[in-house]
Ligand binder design. Structure first.
Ligand code: FES
Length: 103
């Protein structure tokens, strides 16, 4: 599955979304350094905030923890997710995410 990541300057990056990896890991491994992911993917820091522009149905719904953390962000929108919680799993539709502005 292809993954398009839009960074904070608006530049698009075309990446490969490998099964079993989180969007956060894929973005970080690609060299894009805008996702701090301070907690390392434990759903406790909210510094991996992205907007899922396309492919939302490929991921499970928000957990209560994720929802609470996103509520602490002033940048939350209807498409907000924590990218460490977005595990690629047999997604067939292309995925497009934009990195949210820093809080
Ligand atoms: Fe901390 Fe996602 S990396 S909540």
């Amino acid at each position: 599955t292809s993954l398009i990541v839009v960074d904070r300057s608006g530049q698009e990056h075309l990446l490969e979304a490998m099964d079993g990896r989180s969007i956060m890991e894929i973005v970080r491994d690609s060299g894009i350094d805008e996702l701090l992911a301070l907690c390392g993917g434990c759903c406790s820091c909210a510094t991996c905030h992205v907007y899922v522009d396309e492919g939302r149905a490929s991921f499970p719904p928000l957990s209560d923890d994720e929802n609470d953390l996103l509520d602490s962000s002033s940048q939350r929108t209807a498409t907000s997710r924590l990218s460490c919680q977005l595990i690629v799993k047999g997604a067939v539709a292309p995925i497009r995410v934009s990195i949210a502005p820093a809080d």
